[in-house]
Design a binder for this molecule. Structure first.
Ligand SMILES: Cc1cc2nc3c(=O)[nH]c(=O)nc-3n(C[C@H](O)[C@H](O)[C@H](O)COP(=O)(O)O)c2cc1C
Length: 363
């Protein structure tokens, strides 16, 4: 029987299991966005995952939206990532870099005064935290159509840089209300040019970016993540089934290494989601490996695979607190409890100091 512990081929990689580590921002890079030794340690501890996906990683200074988040546009960042991939590979793991542009989800005070950009001049909703405290999102600058090819080129370059850093592949962060999601959904995209209006136009940036990534490496090394039921940072669409159906069909046709779909979380559910069961809704139109995420445990994950709803399961928060999550799930061992106060902290506390199971602990 195929379950969470069965191998899976993704692109040209053989994963030993179907328990993936979901991309998570942990703010442990340097202030100028260079990956650190501590990050190498953290990821190496989690090398038992079928596949690790890194923190969202900015493709350009314009794409930065996290203080102490990593980037991949400069040589020192590539060198920092090379140390991470070396450690993960030495520990027997596999790792993709999640490449990302924040779009409107940023603040000028954390990016040398540069105003965030977006498909339309509509601010994100929700909280943004600077060292001085919570602030409102500013009104972003609407991107000119002539700027979009430059953004696509940044993703192609980031893909080449990830290859140079010896990653096993790249994942386009198309989810959670960031630039590509802002273009996709009609609540944040009011453009009247070839990138706005119809679903066909709104998916254009995502498809052009994915194509450019594939041209820069190949389809076997490029995955994409989407969150059809997320309302993060105020993204919304008048017809999510149609919009996400359109983009999923096009990404599927490109033969990407995998597609990750996020199920709605409790906060999304409060808003009254349009699509309750995302993976099930889109399953029949996806022929590439389908990864599902959000709120899974061993029982739910096994069920998703056994029932054929997904090919693998990505775990987020459980991976923060359990570096040896695969082993713990295999042995039905108790899980460490995550401490949310250190999710976005600095230093080793709550990052690399969660204990692994020891021989002394009963299985
Ligand atoms: C601290 C934290 C940081 C996150 N950062 C990212 C990110 O950088 N990129 C991303 O795609 N998702 C990010 N997420 C979402 C997770 O990848 C995942 O989708 C979410 O935690 C739901 O999975 P879970 O229920 O297994 O935790 C983050 C989640 C957490 C808790």
């Amino acid at each position: 029987m195929t379950d969470l512990f069965s191998p899976l081929r993704i692109g040209r990689l053989d994963l030993p299991n179907r328990i993936l580590m979901s991309a998570m921002t942990r703010t442990r890079a340097t202030p100028d966005n260079v990956p650190t030794e501590l990050m190498a340690e953290y990821f190496a501890q989690r090398a038992g995952a079928g596949l690790i996906v890194t923190d969202c990683t900015a493709v350009s200074p314009q794409g930065r939206g996290v203080i102490r988040g990593p980037g991949i546009w400069r040589d020192d960042q590539i060198a920092g990532w090379r140390r991470v991939t070396d450690r993960v590979h030495a520990a027997g793991g596999r790792i993709f870099c999640q490449i990302w542009h924040c779009g409107r989800v940023a603040h000028p005070d954390m990016r040398d005064g540069e105003i965030p950009v977006a498909p339309s001049a509509i601010p994100a909703k929700g909280d943004f935290f600077l060292p001085s405290g919570r602030v409102d999102f500013p009104v972003p600058r609407e991107l000119g159509i002539e700027e979009l090819s430059g953004i696509v080129a940044d993703f192609a370059q980031a893909t080449r840089n990830a290859r140079a850093a010896e990653f096993d592949g790249v994942e386009l962060h198309g989810a959670n209300g960031y630039l590509h999601d802002q273009f996709l959904q009609d609540g944040s995209n009011k453009r009247t040019d070839a990138y706005g209006g119809s679903a066909e136009n709104r998916v254009r940036l995502m498809v052009e970016t994915t194509r450019a990534m594939i041209d820069a490496w190949d389809a076997a090394h490029c995955g994409v993540r989407l969150s059809p039921s997320s309302y993060l940072y105020g993204v919304d669409d008048s017809d999510k089934r149609a919009t996400f159906g359109a983009v999923i069909d096009q990404l599927n046709a490109l033969g990407i290494a995998y597609l990750t779909l996020l199920e709605p979380n409790a906060k999304d559910a409060e808003k009254g989601v349009q699509i309750d069961h995302v993976a099930e809704t889109f399953r029949s139109r996806v022929t590439v490996p389908l990864i599902v995420n959000t709120g899974f445990d061993k029982a739910k994950g096994d069920a998703a695979i056994v029932e054929g709803k997904a090919d693998a399961v990505a775990f987020g928060v459980p991976y923060i607190a359990n570096p040896d999550l695969v082993e713990r799930l295999r042995r039905d061992a108790p899980l460490n409890k995550p401490d949310p106060s250190t999710f976005y902290g600095e230093g080793a506390k709550g990052y690399t100091d969660y204990p692994a199971l020891t021989e002394a602990q009963p299985a």
